[in-house]
Design a protein. Sequence first.
Length: 259
Amino acid sequence: MNKAITVAAAIGVVLALGFSLGAIPSGINAQAQTEPTPFPSREKTISVSGQATTFVEPDRLNIRFGIEVQKPTAKEALDENSAQMNKVIEAIKSAGINDDEITTSQFSIYPVYESYQEKETGIYKQRLTGYSVSNIIQVKTPKLDLVSEIIDAAVDSGVNRVDSVWFSLSEKKQQQVSDDLLAEAIKNARSKAEKALVPLDHQIIGVKYVSLSDGGYYPPPMPYYGAMDFAMEKSATPIFSSDQQVSASATVVFLIGSN
């Protein structure tokens, strides 16, 4: 009888422990189910590129010219070139150009050879005939109306090379125009996105990413040949400027949502 009671009591204790232990994991599961389950981002986006372009009057004149001299020795060529170049500098300064508007673009001294054929062997060889000195300067100025006077003064004082004449924008004006164009490019991108979203029944609700790119196109340096024709009747050299095309672009990733 006592053994039966003891066994029954033991079974009751085991059952009680079983119910208690069983309650613990069920509580853990309940807590875990309340935590959010991670999932990939469901944001919707649209990527659009916008452009803006304008034409601007140039505010900078660029002229590249110089003197090339050939003499039997390097010293003779250098001395002659230097003397003529000093005259050129004084002439263009008299035309209205300042010292800070003149820079050296290229300077070189190199030997000059000519080819000949030996009568005895028929072999072609080279012999030194002299040295050439080339000194090219560049004038960079906002005085666009002096273009003809500068070229004429330079040629009259001894310049025998006018490599190029071109017009461009100063750094300050380029930056101002580019800043304005970037805003227009972003507006253009937004307009494109809004038009594309109409048939999709969506709208822009934010911006995720913006990439800006500003730049401009300038005509390449214009070779100038007329100044070398000394037989021409003396008259002012006609040079005309042209508007400069400047452009900017923007890529915008917009966040979108349903209407």
